[in-house]
Design a protein around this ligand. Sequence first.
Ligand SMILES: *Cc1c(COP(=O)(O)O)cnc(C)c1O
Length: 400
Amino acid sequence: MSLAHGRPYLAIPGPSVIPDAVLQAMHRASPNIYEGDLVDMVAGMIPDLRRVARTEGHVAIYIANGHGAWEAALANTVAPGEKVLVCATGRFGHGWAEMAEGLGIEVEILEFGLKTPIDAGRVRKALEDDAGGRIKAVLAVHVDTSTSLRSDIAEIRRALGEVGHPALLMVDCIASLGCDPFEMDLWGADVTVTGSQKGLMVPPGLGFVFFSERAAEVRRAMPRVPRYWDWAPRADPEMFYQYFGGTAPTHHLFGLRTALDIIHAEGMEAIWARHATLARAIWAAAETWGEGGPLTLNVAEPGHRSHAVTALRLGAPHGARLREWTARQAGVTLGIGLGMSEEGDPEGRGFFRFGHMGHVNAHMVLGLLGTVEAGLSALGIPHGRGGVAAAAEVVASAGP
Ligand SMILES: *Cc1c(COP(=O)(O)O)cnc(C)c1O
């Protein structure tokens, strides 16, 4: 018997759940791209976007996924032959590094493994060793979605400041923006990249690059920037067409307008608090299950865990079996393990992830956890009793 008939739940770390209001806002005839509603709407959206990233800086919007935003950030600031320092805490740090290599940029990787966040002390040392001042930018992933590690961005800025190094600080907030607290200006990020399909709750297809005045100056000193990636006309367009370097992503923009309304009606602080509490509920369940079986959270230290995504290990073949069971039997799709492997499990089939970013509330998380607990039982995978009860206790004690 399958119990999967009903509204399916994609609990992977992006694309995330899209609010019905966002979908409905997108369901319309093609708008005019030269005048009218769409054109009037976009200029007003820019300040609301900035408020999500907590910046007074500029923003350029691309018809692209996160990979496009990665490339855009680099193409505006680092020329071929110049060098970047990449802090890697999982698959996505390496992905951004590969993007840089593809642009002919020299890459130095600081590897922090899959269990510990970026150590600002090591970043500082690498900057001190850069006697020739060759490092043009430090690239850091705020939340690496493969490991669910969250790093302290303000500490990296302090390291740059202590060494007096002029490199730009560029941050990948694709998984974290609108979920984990992030303060672009307060923490001193020069460039922040994100995409539409995670905390912003819009389908994949929009990439955002926020940049400071200092980064804008670096752009102005570049010998050449590919025309399509050039952020200057997008951030300060003379005509509507320039916002998007061509035809606007019409329907995504209506969806985004609605998503920004939803976000600011709740408020950034309230959104961060909701994600933090729901993450604690997930950890409470996982820790309880782990007391009686093989399940472990990938990140041991709660202060280093993301509030948007959780990577877990059950060991092969249990991880893959659990994912298969929850999808087939209960209509819940879990995330695959990404960039994870261990002896005897080169493909990482023992790992899986929960996405809990954006449009997620207590009943969705409790439903997810109840489904996983049922799956562990159904498959005979040993686990501690009372995981869902522990999560419910976190939700219950969250207060009014
Ligand atoms: C999802 C994600 C990416 C890649 O984004 P795409 O839209 O799939 O290109 C990059 N970095 C992080 C941290 C992500 O979570």
